[in-house]
Write a protein of this length. Structure first.
Length: 215
């Protein structure tokens, strides 16, 4: 099962959602993202939020259309996105895709990137991808991973999310590496490119943010 989550970020950063709809997919709306889904003809299976970013008329439409609606007070210890993501992880999906999380408030963006760590800490094993029109972001723990070339997102960057990432090896890339250590703040692994249809990256310690992007 794939779970798609749409938050309430700027619409100009949200890709065409029809591309990501699938027969085994579940749609989740978060706050204003619920109204955005409805406006695109997608009725979410479940919705979360305090809904302080929608108008009274929009809220009435949401109440009419969405059967499973989880409404919270604005004053709470978790963001609407974290609540929705916790629910999604509990469903044991193979993949979670998050949209509508970029292009707005920087504090929310940084928090959402950190939320990508949840499967690593919980041991759930599901993949979480944060996706907008220009980027796909995910995180990885130590291991060996295959990565395929994406024509529309030619650049691949690797950024340390821990103080150090050790033993980075990149194969099949324009700028290969062999058993390299990088510290947080390093830009060594920014804007690399696959030279083959498929490559590999591996490392032995730390956590990496992986960004697939285009100009």
């Amino acid at each position: 099962m794939i779970i798609n989550i749409l938050a309430g970020g700027p619409l100009e950063q949200v890709p065409e959602l029809d591309t990501y709809s699938a027969k085994n997919g579940t749609w989740v709306g978060v706050d204003r993202g619920v109204f955005t889904l409805l406006s695109k003809g997608i009725v979410p299976d479940i919705a979360f939020g305090d809904f302080d970013s929608v108008t009274a008329a929009e809220w009435q439409l949401i109440r009419q259309k969405v059967e499973s609606l989880k409404k919270y007070k604005p004053e709470k210890n978790e963001t609407d996105m974290e609540i929705a993501l916790n629910w999604a992880i509990e469903q044991n999906p193979s993949e979670i895709r998050i949209f509508g999380c970029t292009g707005g408030r920087l504090d929310h963006l940084l928090a959402n990137i950190q939320l990508l760590l949840k499967p690593l800490f919980s041991g759930s094993g599901c993949e979480i991808h944060l996706i907008d029109k220009q980027n796909t972001v995910f995180v990885k723990g130590p291991g060996i991973y295959k990565i395929k070339r994406i024509q529309e997102k030619m650049y691949t960057s690797f950024l340390p999310l821990t103080l150090e990432v050790k033993g980075i090896t990149l194969e099949g890339f324009k700028y290969p590496l062999n058993d390299c250590h990088i510290s947080i703040g390093s830009t060594l692994c920014i804007s690399n490119e696959l030279i083959n249809e498929e490559g590999t990256f591996s490392f032995s310690e730390g956590i990496l943010i992986v960004v697939r992007s285009r100009d």
